[in-house]
Write a protein of this length. Structure first.
Length: 569
């Protein structure tokens, strides 16, 4: 970031002291800067584009493949370096793309590009000669919300980062230094506090012109997440209880206000496959899409049956690691862990010969497994014993068409309508929803010693799908593990898992475990199926604590200063 070089749509050309002649004619192939900032419609257009600052999760490489939620076989690029723990400052740029490659897990360049754009907007709106219009204050507030969201995306990836509020001229030199986590969190809180008075309370889903814009509720939800992270072990090694209290208070803004008019949508599965603008009261802030500005996420997930080619290298196939963490309907974990040793929990009723029976209903809503019925089709993910090659025509195993682990993602998948590359989908991406706020509150109250309230709010989330409440006998470390697992299950494939295991400082355990799938062998004579968990990825570089934060790419550090690099890298 030493030399600020940014390509902006809005360019002004200074031609020196030339006499007015043909060279002074305004360019016809672009909009001159002075025109933009004196035209309300163009200001709105500039502002609308600022919402691209925060990446959604509907990319081929969802964040799930950077952790133990999903397995992707791509032998290159962002997914590969994360699943093998081989990311370094020299190769991290391969995970910086958008729609095709990286999903912006490496967010440094994009984040600071948009910080610059937002700072320009704020400077222009504060200029003495800035034009006035009816929604100006609201747009300024939305820009501050977006800047806060960008900084959160940066600190959850890199830790403390440089706070930049000045707009630098092209070619202007500056040596940047990292601010502390505390300074970054305080800056985010300041932006949100300044934004909130001018933000609209909320927009109805029927308000197509504004639904999806930042609101007071979105600001409060972002503050809840930011302060939860700030209180977590990775960011709060001294376990400062005041930070946990701030996190609890931020979540309680919704809870003490009758949930602010929000409620858990009664059908967990349907919630994630409704089109943008559909009526539901759980999403607090979401990225909405239209048929002209949509996504193709469903085609990244499906296997051979629908001609999806597995979504490029069998993308987003859930892992056995995730499946094993779904509880049984009686509320008991199917497995227990002792270090890296996994054992069947006898009290759960789990049957290895029928591994998908009687599981938490969110399992069926999230995962297509052997014998699942989806869109009227029964999925069979077995191979025949002794007479068909594993790459044969009835094989579920990956041949660039189907996920190697033996599972297909169901969450976010439309239950009807066309499934093809020609269709643009409008399923919204949820940045914040009420269930997360409940889980934030439960986690913060647990850290403050209020286990009864923690159990109450976990149980509210579970009750939506008919799962039993957490018993009062579950306390201490066992309750903490249930809180962790509830987030894993409820928020699966929503971009939380990668960051959660790092802020909890358990990634050194989770990321060192092999990624597993399930081999199902069917005896064609008897019809009996045998379920054999398998390892689909064993060879990993041992996870180190420095990997809790991403490195800054080498080229960026060379442009600036070694002090810009993430500690440990």
């Amino acid at each position: 970031m030493k030399k600020i070089v940014s390509f902006i749509v809005l360019l002004s050309f200074v031609l020196g002291s030339c006499k007015r002649d043909i060279l002074d004619i305004a360019p016809q192939d672009r909009v001159a800067e002075e025109t933009v900032w004196n035209d309300e419609a163009l200001i709105r257009a500039y502002h609308n584009e600022l919402y691209n600052a925060v990446p959604h999760g509907f990319y081929i490489h969802m964040y799930s493949k950077y952790t133990d939620e999903a397995f992707n076989s791509a032998p290159c690029c962002g997914a590969d370096i994360f699943k093998r723990n081989t990311f370094t400052p020299d190769n991290i740029s391969s995970a910086a793309g958008g729609d095709f490659w990286g999903g912006y897990i490496n967010y440094w360049n994009l984040g600071y590009q948009y910080i610059r754009k937002i700072n320009i907007f704020l400077d222009k709106m504060a200029a003495p000669d800035a034009i006035e219009f009816s929604t100006k204050k609201r747009l300024i507030a939305e820009a501050k919300f977006l800047r806060a969201f960008v900084y959160f995306n940066l600190i959850e990836r890199y830790g403390g980062v440089p706070i930049v509020t000045k707009t630098y001229a092209l070619g202007e030199q500056e040596i940047f230094k990292r601010n502390t986590i505390e300074e970054c969190v305080a800056f985010i809180e300041k932006d949100l506090s300044e934004a909130e008075p001018e933000l609209s309370a909320k927009f109805a889903s029927s308000d197509a012109a504004n639904y999806g814009r930042a609101t007071k509720d979105a600001s409060n939800a972002l503050k809840s997440r930011v302060l939860l992270y700030a209180a977590s072990p990775l960011f709060n090694p001294a376990n400062d209880k005041q930070k946990w209290q701030k996190a609890a208070d931020a979540a309680a803004v919704f809870i003490n206000n009758g949930d602010g008019g929000y409620s858990l949508y009664p059908d967990y599965g349907k919630l994630f496959n409704m089109p943008s603008g559909a009526s539901q009261n759980e999403y607090i802030f979401a990225r909405n899409f239209t048929t002209t500005n949509g996504h193709q996420a469903p085609m990244h997930n499906l296997g051979r049956r629908y001609g999806a080619y597995g979504g490029w290298w069998a993308s987003n196939g859930p892992t056995q690691n995730l499946i094993d963490d779904y509880e049984m309907k009686n509320g008991e974990p199917a497995f227990t862990w002792n270090g890296d040793v996994q054992t069947v929990n006898a009290a759960s009723g789990y049957d290895p010969a029928n591994p998908y029976q009687n599981r938490d209903p969110r399992f069926e809503a999230t995962v297509i497994h052997d014998n699942s019925v989806f869109r009227g089709d029964t999925h069979e993910m077995w191979v025949a014993a002794n007479n068909v090659s594993e790459w044969g025509p009835d094989s579920y195993k990956q041949s660039s068409d189907n996920p190697r682990g033996g599972y297909i993602l169901r969450k976010f998948m439309p239950e009807d309508g066309p499934l093809n590359w020609q269709t643009t989908y409008t399923t919204p991406w949820p940045f914040f929803r009420l269930a997360e706020i409940y889980l934030n509150y439960a986690e913060a109250k647990f850290a403050l010693g209020d286990e009864a309230t923690a159990r109450e709010y976990i149980s509210k989330v579970r009750a939506r799908v008919g799962m039993p409440a957490i018993p009062a006998t579950v306390t201490g470390e066992a309750l903490k593990q249930r809180i962790y697992n509830e987030r894993r299950i409820e928020l699966a494939f929503e971009g939380h898992r990668y960051f959660d295991i790092r802020r909890w400082k358990i990634a050194n355990v989770v990321e060192n475990r092999p990624i597993r799938g399930m081999d199902i062998i069917k005896d064609l004579t008897t019809g009996v199926k045998t379920y054999n968990p398998n390892v689909v990825l064993l060879q990993k570089v041992p996870y180190e604590d420095k990997m809790n934060f991403l490195p800054v790419e080498t080229a960026e550090v060379r442009r600036n200063s070694p002090e810009l690099q993430t500690p440990g890298w």
